[in-house]
Design a binder for this molecule. Structure first.
Ligand SMILES: [Zn+2]
Length: 243
């Protein structure tokens, strides 16, 4: 199989909660790392409201979810996970949040960013349209452009030697309008394994696995779109936007 991106690239993936990245794109991430690319995760909130045990403290929940995310990241070949530790369910697209995200982009200096699609507005799936996902989608977009690449934004960052950085492209996952179909036939098992690492969140592992495999199978393009790709078993889809 041809590698997904030509020369080795650095990718940065933004996720509102621990586990979103694994539901959204971890099979693609596993493929990218297996082909020698570097991938970094940035998890914005603690995910501490994903509580199934009311007696667990917020602190304990945060630590457990971070540990689960680190395990899941390792499975997908990702060594670096940045936790911004914002409050679950309380994100707003503020200047403060955009400064935080801009800083992460400028410090990580990725070629390509992966994130939720801010173009989705159908409100047809509860999970996809969680407020934190919508806020993250827009705040990441706003931070990529123009803030991360412009000296005029957050001059205090440049004064601290955190210099502007212009990414090459962004791949939005969970999109209504895909234009990039990534063949993940060889790494779908890794995605399932990574999702299993989020033990506190997934009650019925078998049902989750079936749902994920069905979705990835249904996303395989058919007919003319598929071209020569008819032997593809699973895909993850993205809307790719280039500068
Ligand atoms: Zn989420």
């Amino acid at each position: 199989m041809k590698s997904l991106v030509g020369s080795k690239k650095k990718f940065l993936v933004f996720s509102a909660h621990p586990d979103d990245v694994d539901f959204g794109c971890s099979a693609t991430v596993a493929r990218l790392t297996s082909e020698g690319n570097e991938v970094v995760y940035c998890i914005i909130t603690n995910g501490e409201k994903g509580v199934h045990n009311v007696r667990q403290s917020k602190r304990a929940m945060t630590l457990m979810r971070e540990a689960e995310q680190r395990t899941a990241a390792k499975i997908a070949g990702v060594d670096e996970v940045i936790f911004l530790r914002q409050t679950d369910g309380s994100l707003e697209n503020t200047l403060a949040l955009r400064k935080m995200l801009t800083r992460v982009i400028r410090e990580a200096r990725p070629d390509i960013v992966l994130a939720y699609d801010p173009g989705n507005h159908a409100f047809d799936l509860f999970g996809r349209f969680h407020r934190d996902h919508r806020i993250t989608a827009e705040a990441v977009f706003d931070s990529i452009y123009p803030a991360a690449g412009s000296l005029g934004f957050f001059p205090e960052l440049a004064k601290a030697n955190i210099m502007p950085h212009q990414i090459e492209e962004v791949w939005f996952w969970g999109t209504d309008k895909p234009n990039l179909w990534v063949d993940v036939s060889k790494t779908m098992d890794k995605k399932i394994q990574a999702l299993r690492a989020h033990e506190s969140q997934i009650k019925d592992v078998k049902a989750m696995e079936k749902r994920m495999r069905d979705r990835a199978r249904d996303a395989v393009p058919t007919g003319r779109q598929a071209g020569k790709k008819k032997r593809i078993k699973y895909v993850e889809t993205f809307r790719r936007l280039t500068f």
